[in-house]
Write a protein that binds this ligand. Sequence first.
Ligand code: GMT
Length: 389
Amino acid sequence: MKIGITCYPTHGGSGVVATELGMELAKRGHEVHFISYALPFRLKQFQENVVFHEVQMLAYPLFQYPPYTLALAAKLAEVADEIQLDVLHAHYAVPHAVCAYLARQVARSTKLKIVTTLHGTDITLVGADPSFRPLTRFGIEQSDGVTAVSRYLKEKTLEVFGLKNSIEVIPNFVDPTRFAPRLESSCRKEQFVKKGERLLLHISNFRASKGVPDVVRVFAAVRREVPSRLLLVGDGPERVPSREVADELGVTKWIRWLGQLDAVEEVIGCADLFVLPSRHESFGLAALEAMSAGVPVIASNAEGLPELVRNGETGYLLPVGDVEGMARRSIEILSDDKRHAAMSEAARRVAIEHYNVEKIIPMYEDFYGRVLGQPVRVPEPFTPPDALA
Ligand code: GMT
């Protein structure tokens, strides 16, 4: 199949999922074309069957707000015609679903089908805002197929927009060989902690909804009981507030702000506990990547998180803002080796059984096939020429 993918290329779960999906489809022999304003950050290396098309913006003095969405739609139509795309897959409804619709109207090709994947804030925050609501609904209604990354998000979308579309739930996925426990990964724990100390980890885009200051508060309480350190990966508006809270609580010297990191798999396996106290989280990809590496998760019970984190089995879920409860459960896990090992094993098992890339990619292929009205033939995997010699 020839598949076009448009997504946000910067750090953020939807771009990660779109990029990983495209790379996996390419490995399986499909021809994948990414279209965006910059190279998606997990797409740094050459890969067979993958092409990146950059949306170029025309600089013109009249454009106080350069019309990126129109430039994207034009590029999508151009690529659709040139490559004869079968499917154009829009990740994050706003504005990508509408751009894909425009592209289909403009393209000469008549066979193009549009698939839209909803990720979370494109519905719950941005898409549902009165200023975007009619367009978001239109983009979803005009898509030939719509998927959502959790049951929560599917129900929320149907409720917010009063839609009659069918929405398929295809959860996010992880490669358990890449997101592996410490002993199977390249992570060196002694880089982050002294002997006998535990390592807590949080990864996000540090938006207000992630609750990064709460991560610091949980850590400060844990640190009083369990010798430990905290690693904060990512950057955004909550970096400064999280530093202020750390200073107030006197725990700054045990925290490392690593900033943005492309290859999070290089640190994730080192952690003993992953903390995600989000106010909004339709899925929680970083928590899944931690689970795959055998790291138990302490999370809020917001939105889609209860579908991923099994309370009492792979970690604990607590109400949003319940810092004390999160700290108590963290201490419980970190001070009992047997309990920690059991949760670690369960976290990895659930990730492998339910979210393995090998299981989820065929769900997308099957979905594309249904949208196209024909089963997708999985091409022969690409064989490098030197392997033929
Ligand atoms: O979490 C964010 O704010 C980023 C956002 C995105 O679109 O990049 O993430 C959303 O999509 C991810 C991938 O599907 C999900 O794992 C996140 O839970 C979701 N974020 C929210 O719903 C807040």
